[in-house]
Ligand binder design. Structure first.
Ligand code: MV4
Length: 498
């Protein structure tokens, strides 16, 4: 196993990886931008090094700087977390070229799955169902008309280079096709520098269900069941659960086998996720592969008992999985709520700032993966995710009531949070009945606009919490060496405790 790992990320996922390393006796190297000098991941790592200004493009995304820090600190491997460089094949290659192990799939697998049309072809070749559509890009309006007639309306125009729903357009009837093609092409050109589009039959009211996969370097590929991720808004997931109330044992076995076939055929290694659309009629269709650890991985951990980050470390070190599909069992139900510094009552606009009060829930089967602390700052430069609240229950009903209880305990002030949104979802009749689709948030909450105001008692409690914690923060020292937070108080550091 590795002696030292560099974590090329920040926030809750950097903290998550540091914890897995510490559990495994591995030393950790954190990196930080100017605004992150006193961030939680910096305080928890064994050592922490500056990598540049606050803009991610000048720090967390600078491949050469990250590789340099890894080399200088004697790290043997690099964990990319999610986002930033986690799905960048050039970063994985640069790590390998510098003699570092990239904790993720081989660069070729990242590159292949990053090309959505290549991934779609790989799925078809592996016998994995894909949504009926044009096998090749559509260039003329005439070609589009013919394809749409064969597929049947409504159809979706998708950008070949697209992702996250960008450049996607629904067309309900033939009259709208030509203008929709023009719009989709120009959107795709400005978003991805490539106006190539293709057509798919539109699946109405789908669920977003994904399969977690683990693959070792010896050809073994296993799946850890599904995650239901339909509760999202504008392609940002808000709540995830495992299992899905729409998936029974037979469907799980089918989807799991399909995901494993695809990953095996792609020469995949480490942890990865295969995303599917699940139609109301129970048919499933391949969407894309995420070649990284995902935000929502903890719900799978809680139902399977498998530490996915520990597995990533073991697999990257060349170890065999060491267990079979029949050894993996899912027990009970897990739900995750993403706690972001966003104002759900104002269209989920980011609400960066200082966290005046932070009281997170606890108790049995409640897990809080946070990347922040009371008195700390949520910078405006990055994703506003502060923490993930994950609970387990023996049944879905138990998990929902435990989540409601945990959300009731959660007090945050100084920034607006998504907590009120989550409290409202936990009471919604469609959610309680497991009646979900990707349209749930728009349908149930008008996209988040129709939220109940917090009670007067909650507003008073928040005001008191702020009043009690208005201590001025210490100014951040200059960016000139390792952070004081991780050195202060350590024998021989020469830095006095504050
Ligand atoms: C679809 C679809 C319906 N039919 N494809 C959106 C993101 C991109 N990766 C794929 N997406 C969709 N593709 C067909 N043929 C509906 C969506 C979709 C969606 C998918 C997953 C999660 C959330 C979504 C929200 C809206 C639309």
């Amino acid at each position: 196993m590795f002696g030292k790992v560099l974590i090329a990320n920040r926030g809750e996922i950097a903290v998550r990886v540091i914890r897995a390393c510490r559990d495994a006796g591995i030393r950790t190297v954190a990196v930080f931008s100017e605004v992150d000098r006193e961030a939680l991941h910096v305080r928890l790592a064994d050592e922490a090094h500056p990598i540049g200004p606050s803009a991610a493009s000048e720090s967390y995304l600078v491949i050469d700087r990250l590789v340099d820090v890894a080399r200088l600190t004697g790290a043997e491997a690099v964990h990319p977390g999610y986002g930033f460089l986690s799905e960048n094949a050039r970063f994985a290659e640069a790590c390998q070229a510098a003699g570092l192990v990239f904790i993720g799939p081989p660069p070729a697998a990242i590159a292949r799955m990053g090309d959505k049309t290549a991934a779609r072809r790989a799925a078809m070749d592996a016998g994995v169902p894909v949504v009926p559509g044009t096998p090749d890009p559509v260039s003329s309006d005439e070609e589009a008309r013919r394809a749409a007639r064969d597929l049947g309306f409504p159809v979706l125009i998708k950008a070949a280079r697209g992702g996250g729903g960008k450049g996607m357009r629904v067309v309900a009837n033939p009259d709208d096709l030509a203008s929709a093609m023009r719009l989709a092409r120009s959107e795709a050109t400005s978003a991805f520098g490539d106006g190539t589009v293709y057509l798919e039959k539109a699946i109405l009211e789908p669920r977003h269900v994904e399969i977690q996969v683990l693959a070792d370097a010896h050809g073994e590929v296993l799946h850890l069941g599904e995650r239901e991720c339909s509760i999202q808004r504008r392609h940002q997931k808000l709540i995830e659960e495992s299992p899905s109330s729409a998936v029974n044992a037979a469907l799980r076995a089918d989807m799991g086998a399909a995901a494993c076939r695809l990953m095996a055929s792609a020469g995949y290694q480490n942890a990865g996720t295969v995303e599917f659309l699940l139609a109301p009629d129970g048919r499933f269709y391949f969407l894309e592969v995420n070649t990284r650890l995902q935000v929502e991985h903890p719900v799978t951990e809680l139902v399977t008992g498998i530490d996915l980050v520990r597995e990533q470390l073991r697999l990257a070190a060349g170890e065999s999985l060491g267990y079979a599909q029949s050894d993996i069992h899912s027990r009970g139900w897990a739900i995750e709520c993403r706690i972001s510094a966003e104002d759900p009552a104002a269209g989920f606009i980011p609400s960066p700032g200082r966290i005046a009060a932070w009281r997170s829930p606890g108790g049995p089967w409640v897990r809080v993966d946070a990347g922040v602390y009371e008195g700390g700052e949520v910078p405006l430069h990055y994703d506003p995710l502060m923490a993930k609240l994950i609970v387990w229950g023996g049944s879905r009903d138990d998990a929902v009531s435990r989540m409601s209880r945990a959300l009731a305990e959660f007090t945050v002030s100084g920034v607006k949070t998504t907590i009120p949104f989550h409290r409202a979802v936990m009471r919604h009749p469609d959610f309680l009945a497991g009646r979900l689709s990707t349209a749930f948030v728009e349908r149930a909450f008008g996209g988040g606009r129709d939220l109940p105001a917090p009670s007067a008692a909650r507003a008073r409690a928040a005001a008191v919490a702020v009043a009690l914690r208005s201590r001025a923060p210490a100014p951040a020292p200059a960016l000139d060496g390792p952070s004081r937070w991780t050195l202060a108080g350590r024998p021989g550091s020469g830095i006095p405790r504050r």
